[in-house]
Design a protein around this ligand. Structure first.
Ligand code: PMP
Length: 364
């Protein structure tokens, strides 16, 4: 609608207006129940129908095999940085981390408290602009798992395919917080996929974990009950009070993604949007620059710098005047970042691209 901005925030991020309107229409009285989803018992039949439908739709979207559990948890992806080693490792188990940006680095650092992780490759010295050739990786055969961050939200580096884990149990673990449900994924290649919802699929407060069932049930003794996958799995994510409204919103987004034709269609739209944006950057004769190696540029987070950094504040100010907000890069890297998740309409990217061309013409 007229009064909504194009919100390029990295997360919490823009949601489909259709979904917000639907939630609005059901806010006060959910489908004749006489109450809002926020007011329902999480054990009542109404909420059970909501969480079960959300899970079923997510299973359809990602074609999740039946030997995987889907958990709707709390605590953000950050909590999973600890939960994963706590559930998968003994304290002395070695684990491999491939660090392609600051989120992977945070996951590694947290794991140091609960197992014996090693960084087998880091892109830090190249300012996190690359993903290594998988054949050259020296994986530890005794590692319990190999951890990657499938899309580094701050640096805009995205895996386009995945390394084969060469540890003895062939376990690959991926943080998909910022590209979850943005494209089809072969879930069977992973031991665990986890994601905070607040970028592509809902509001903050919900964290989704997709885990192969045989990896559940081996948590370290010190594991808090809230971090034990077995507890959540046995209780269908209802061990304690879940983030009910957030799960409901995720469910509405899953329905919307299915109505769009599923993740293959969603991916096509995402490629089209990202191509537009990278093209204007690459064809700007250096006025704009994206430092990320072309083959691993993210479809979701597009970081770029201005040749004349003194123009950055002006860029942001003028964009905001035209209803395009949250374009400032992460405080750790500076520059700009346009996050263009599933819910960013093509019209938003077209408007940004037109603005960028115009801004360049006026300031080059
Ligand atoms: N991993 C990635 C890739 C992220 O982008 C973020 C949040 N920006 C996190 C982890 C941390 O997520 P949360 O804030 O949900 O704990």
């Amino acid at each position: 609608s007229q009064d909504r901005v194009f919100n390029f925030a990295a997360g919490p991020a823009t949601l489909p207006e259709r979904v917000l309107k639907k939630a609005e229409s059901e806010l006060v009285n959910w489908r004749g129940s006489g109450m809002s989803v926020m007011e329902m018992s999480h054990r009542g039949k109404e909420f059970l129908s909501i969480i079960q439908k959300a899970e079923a739709d997510l299973r359809t979207l990602l074609d999740i095999p039946s030997n995987y559990s889907v958990l709707f948890l709390q605590g953000g992806a950050t909590t999973q940085f600890a939960a994963i080693p706590l559930n998968l490792c003994k304290p002395n188990d070695p684990v491999d981390y491939l660090v392609t940006g600051s989120w992977g680095d945070k996951a590694f650092k947290e794991a140091q408290k609960f197992c014996k992780p090693s960084v087998i490759w880091s892109g830090k010295s190249e300012k996190y602009t690359k993903i290594p050739n998988f054949d050259s990786l020296e994986q530890n055969p005794d590692a319990r798992f190999l951890h990657i961050c499938a899309n580094e939200t701050i640096h805009g580096v995205e895996f386009k395919d995945y390394p084969d884990p060469r540890n003895k149990d062939k376990i690959l673990v991926a943080d998909m917080s910022s590209n979850f449900c943005s494209k089809p994924v072969d879930v069977s290649k992973f031991g665990v996929i986890y994601a905070g919802a607040q970028k592509n699929v809902g509001p903050s407060g919900v964290t989704i974990v997709i885990i192969r069932k045989d990896l559940i049930g081996n948590a370290q003794e010190i594991t808090p009950v809230m971090l034990d996958y077995k507890i959540h799995d046995e209780n269908n994510s209802l061990y304690n009070t879940p983030p009910c409204y957030g799960i409901y919103m995720c469910g509405l987004v899953f329905e919307d993604l299915l109505e769009q034709g599923g993740l293959k269609e969603v991916e096509k739209k995402n490629i089209k949007k990202a191509d537009l944006l990278y093209k204007v950057i690459d064809e700007s004769n250096g006025f704009y620059r994206c430092p990320v190696e072309k083959s691993v540029r993210s479809l979701m987070n597009v970081p770029f710098t201005l040749e004349k950094p003194e123009l950055e504040a002006e860029f942001i100010k003028e964009a905001a005047k035209e209803m395009m907000v949250q374009l400032k890069g992460h405080r750790s890297v500076g520059g700009m970042r346009a996050s263009i998740y599933n819910a960013m309409p093509l019209a938003g990217v077209e408007k940004l691209v037109a603005f960028m061309k115009d801004f360049q013409a006026r300031h080059a």
